[in-house]
Ligand binder design. Structure first.
Ligand code: ADP
Ligand code: MG
Length: 312
């Protein structure tokens, strides 16, 4: 099959949760990505950052207790930026090594990526995503005083809660495109991107997290990709997931996917954003295919052998 432009969105299991887990996980992840590159495809990689950004957020909070000159809260936008560099560092090195082992001489680079959100996005009125460490009532009150929103999390204590707005614009998209057109492998838009709002020439970080599935969809549309591959912990998407009459989906149309979404087959916060992102990409132009599958099935999925595909 001919050369395709593929945006790969890596899920949590492609990266692991701890430093040593990530170091090992990226080696396996790199093999699956190198397979696609070896087949002649152009590859752009994006990834999630849930555990990593949580770890960084908690680490900065702990540090502030030892150094009173350090603010108690590190902006979430800064934590996302740190997570992009930390994950990109491991991933770009592992992928470069895997490519060299196969005799493929291509550069791999991570682009620290900001993603603009709309400050009037309704998500800001209803923050839903709990992040970071648990706080006592006293700590929570102090956090609220410093302008942080906090909620009680299922009887376990208080946690910071942030909005999850939709991505509106990838700030570094021209840089990503230039690198791609120069034949390089790019890692971009990690953790959904660093959320920013625009104030004239100034980009201001905001305390939100962007869903990596939606950010990857925007990246794929902007780069005019042929494929959006969302790699996760299941080989296919299911109807009636986890029930005795669970049914795994192969190829479905945009209309079928929309029907299944409206019937509530996909869990919010996990499979729903993937199917929604898949629908949005496939519906955006003819010839665009979305694929949801396991990391180790990426090559088979592109070749139509497995995974759930969404096509117009
Ligand atoms: P990632 O880190 O890749 O974003 P998530 O845990 O957010 O992974 O989402 C993938 C998970 O969604 C699967 O492992 C599965 O447990 C769950 N899931 C929910 N609904 C479905 C469904 N209808 N079909 C398949 N998996 C589903
Ligand atoms: Mg997820």
């Amino acid at each position: 099959m001919g050369k395709k432009r593929i945006v790969i969105a890596l899920g949590g299991n492609a990266l692991g949760k701890t430093l040593p887990e990530q170091y090992l996980a990226v080696q396996e992840t790199s093999k699956a990505i190198a397979d696609l590159i070896e087949d002649g495809n152009e590859v752009i990689i994006s990834h999630g950052n849930g555990p990593q950004v949580g770890m960084i957020n908690n680490a900065m909070a702990a540090y502030s207790k030892t150094d009173p000159s350090h603010p108690a809260i590190t902006p979430l936008s800064v934590c996302v930026a740190m997570s992009q560099a930390y994950i990109g560092y491991d991933l770009q090195n592992a992928l470069k090594e895997e490519l060299l082992n196969r005799g493929i001489h291509k550069n791999v680079a991570t682009v620290i990526t900001q993603v603009r959100v709309d400050e009037n996005d309704p998500a800001f009125l209803n923050p839903t995503k709990p992040i970071g460490h648990f706080m006592t009532k006293e700590e929570a009150d102090k956090a609220v005083e410093s302008g942080i929103q906090v909620m009680e999390d299922a009887g376990r204590g208080y946690r910071r809660v942030v909005a999850s707005p939709k991505p509106a614009e990838i700030i570094e998209i021209d840089t990503v495109r230039d690198l791609l057109n120069a034949g390089e492998i790019v890692i971009a838009s990690g953790g959904g991107g660093i959320p920013v709002i625009r104030k004239n020439n100034h980009l201001k970080g905001v305390g939100a997290v962007i869903d990596k599935d939606f950010a990857s969809c925007l990246l794929a549309k902007e780069l005019n990709a042929d494929f959006l591959i969302i790699l996760t912990a299941v080989e296919k998407v299911a109807l009636r997931f986890g029930t005795p009459d669970e049914t795994w989906l192969d190829a479905i149309s945009v209309e079928e996917a929309e029907q299944y979404i409206s019937e509530g087959h996909f869990a919010p916060g996990s499979m729903l954003p993937k199917v929604q992102a898949g629908v949005e990409f496939a519906a955006s132009a003819p010839g665009r295919t979305s694929l949801i599958t396991l990391l180790e099935k990426a090559r088979d999925g592109v070749n139509g052998k497995t995974g759930t595909r969404i096509m117009k």
